[in-house]
Design a binder for this molecule. Structure first.
Ligand SMILES: N[C@@H](CCC(=O)N[C@@H](CS)C(=O)NCC(=O)O)C(=O)O
Length: 210
């Protein structure tokens, strides 16, 4: 099976998928998409991803979009090691933790949202305060869940779906100087996960310069 990941260096949604692919031990070709020059808005890229967003994972030439859907496809197609637990209650809990990041933090802070704020003449300090507000809001809800259900990783003792989302979101919080002191369980889980070899290999530092 040939896997091609369309990814951008600092973007958190493709970072999630790089972590998932690495945790599964899968080889993939990485195709950088330069968000700064709007390569994601080209007609060619829109042919793969009608939303003009990264990531897109091509599976033998067929495109899959939406990082959470891609991660669930990965888990169903390559079941070991598991990203989601087997118990239905635990699966729902893991999805709820992941969706706090994917549905309730990230969409409010995406590049197109920040560009829209810029177009409304919102200055950089106010944009950064906006980003910090939504990260802190989401992390306030996630913190007790990680404290309750986390172990060596964000959920339990093995790396999984929550780590795929948490590590990039904490990286993003760092870019915007968000204070993580109020979130000790999140900080500890993200630090432990970031040092896992498969997760470390997905870091933007190892991504081509785009
Ligand atoms: N819900 C989507 C979000 C994808 C997304 O927003 N990707 C960002 C990078 S993290 C992007 O392509 N932004 C380009 C833009 O906003 O113009 C997913 O999880 O795949």
């Amino acid at each position: 099976m040939k896997l091609v990941l369309h990814s951008a260096k600092r973007a958190s949604a493709p970072y999630r998928v790089r972590i998932g692919l690495n945790l599964k031990g899968l080889a993939f070709e990485l195709r950088p998409v330069d968000l700064v020059t709007n390569a994601h808005q080209s007609e060619t890229y829109r042919g793969l991803n009608a939303q003009a967003l990264v990531p897109t994972l091509e599976v033998d030439g067929r495109p899959l979009t939406q990082s959470l859907a891609i991660l669930e496809w990965l888990d169903e197609t390559f079941p070991e090691p598991r990203l989601l637990p087997t118990d239905p209650f635990d699966r729902a809990t893991v999805r709820a933790m992941a969706e706090i990041i994917a549905c309730d933090i990230h969409p409010l802070n995406n590049l197109r949202v920040l560009r829209a704020l810029t177009a409304l003449e919102i200055d950089e300090a106010q944009r950064n305060a906006w980003v910090a507000r939504w990260i802190s809001d989401g992390f306030s809800a996630l913190e007790p869940m990680v404290a309750r259900r986390g172990g060596a990783f964000a959920f339990g003792d093995e790396p999984g779906l929550v780590d795929c989302l948490l590590v990039p979101q904490v990286f993003n919080a760092g870019r915007f100087n968000v204070d993580l002191l109020p979130f000790p369980a999140i900080q500890a889980a993200a630090a432990r996960a970031a040092s896992h070899p498969a997760i470390a290999a997905a870091h933007p530092d190892h991504h081509p310069e785009r």
